[in-house]
Ligand binder design. Structure first.
Ligand code: UFG
Length: 335
């Protein structure tokens, strides 16, 4: 049982991790500016509204709570926006994150789990991608995640901090107990957009149908958000057991094409989906599939929801019951 500071804990992945921390009798302390997160997603946890750029608020948080470890999600994470506004990404994801570890250091905390991304790899040379695949990010978002991993490595090498960095592939699905789900505004991810199209009859663009893949559309490795949450708990446990730092891919090792995802949603929803063949989205690699052997072997991670149908079923349940996301959760339920 320990006090875990979760920056960005009100976001999609963060809130699922917070739920798992509570279930395992830890005390999460959420620090989130609510720019993209939702207060209603973390109703049972201690919540502090604050921004990483505010060192005083962060210090006050460390002074008030005896924090044992940090899980660091808070970041900007839109690939397209990062291309338009790179400085915003370097400023928040790198500069503010370094300020955070300086404060962590000041308070003598030496355990951190970091939310990284498959975007560090760029266009893959080999599939499945292992952790020693060269990193060559193709957008500023991926650059910032890669740079910050290098910063963490330097802190580790100087004996200041032990860290585990989890490189997420495509986080998807929703809490199987139906309390939490994906609520981005604007939404850019495939599964919620296809589900929206199934629900309200709008159409979904298929970005590129001429890729060198069996059906011509891009292939991704979708990982259930609850399985991703489990990995954070295992990572914390590992950091508690030994002085150690490591980087792990987080995927299932199975690739699904855009068309396969659409077909699965159609089956699960029992509805038609209008899919419109559209030009390629700039910067999309044809295939991204992880090898997650390392985390299975070293941390004992084993996904409970690896198949696409289950991932889509949980997402469908959430969106069907919350077409307006967390806005559909009334005060009676959130009290
Ligand atoms: N896609 C469509 N239509 C849509 C939305 C997406 O065809 O309306 C396609 C994309 O072109 C892509 C696939 O569906 O081929 C998945 O797209 P997402 O936007 O859901 O996810 P990405 O693979 O682009 O991005 C994810 C994470 C990023 C991370 C990246 C790593 O969301 O944070 O993986 O490469 F950086």
């Amino acid at each position: 049982m320990s006090n875990i500071l979760v920056t960005g804990g009100a976001g999609y992945i963060g809130s699922h991790v917070v739920k798992e921390l509570l279930r395992q009798s830890h005390h999460p302390i959420i620090f989130d500016n609510l720019q993209t997160g939702h207060r209603k997603a973390v109703k049972d946890a201690l919540f502090i509204e604050g921004d990483l750029s505010d060192p005083e608020k962060l210090k006050e948080t460390f002074q008030t709570h005896a924090i044992d470890a940090v899980i660091h999600f808070a970041a900007n994470s839109l690939v397209g926006e990062s291309v338009q506004k790179p400085l915003k990404y370097f400023d928040n994801n790198v500069k503010n994150s370094i300020k955070l570890i300086e404060i962590i250091k000041e308070f003598g905390i030496n355990k951190l789990v970091f939310s990284s991304s498959a975007a560090v790899y760029g266009e893959p040379q080999e599939i499945p991608i292992t952790e020693d695949h060269p990193c060559s990010p193709t957008n500023p978002y991926g650059e910032t995640k890669w740079i910050f991993e290098k910063v963490l490595r330097a802190y580790h090498d100087e004996g200041i901090l032990n860290f585990i960095s989890l490189r997420y592939f495509n986080a998807a699905g929703a809490d199987p107990e139906r309390e939490l789900g994906e609520d981005h505004s604007p939404e850019s991810h495939l599964i919620p957009l296809v589900i929206k199209a199934a629900l309200d009859g709008t159409s979904v663009p298929v970005y590129g149908t001429d890729y060198n893949t069996p059906d011509g559309t891009c292939i991704r490795d979708y990982i259930h958000v609850t399985d991703l949450a489990d990995a954070h708990i295992l990572a914390l446990r590992k950091l508690e057991q030994k002085k150690f730092s490591g980087i792990y891919n987080m995927g299932n090792g199975n690739g699904y094409s855009v068309r396969e995802v659409i077909e699965t949603v159609k089956k699960v929803a029992g509805r038609e989906v209008k899919a419109v063949e559209s030009p390629r989205r700039p910067g999309d690699p044809a295939r991204l599939v992880a090898s997650s052997e390392k985390i299975r072997e070293e941390l004992g991670w084993a996904p409970q929801y690896p198949d696409m149908k289950t991932i889509v079923e949980t997402a469908w349940e959430w969106h069907r019951n919350h077409p307006n996301g967390y806005d559909d959760i009334g005060m009676a339920q959130s009290a």
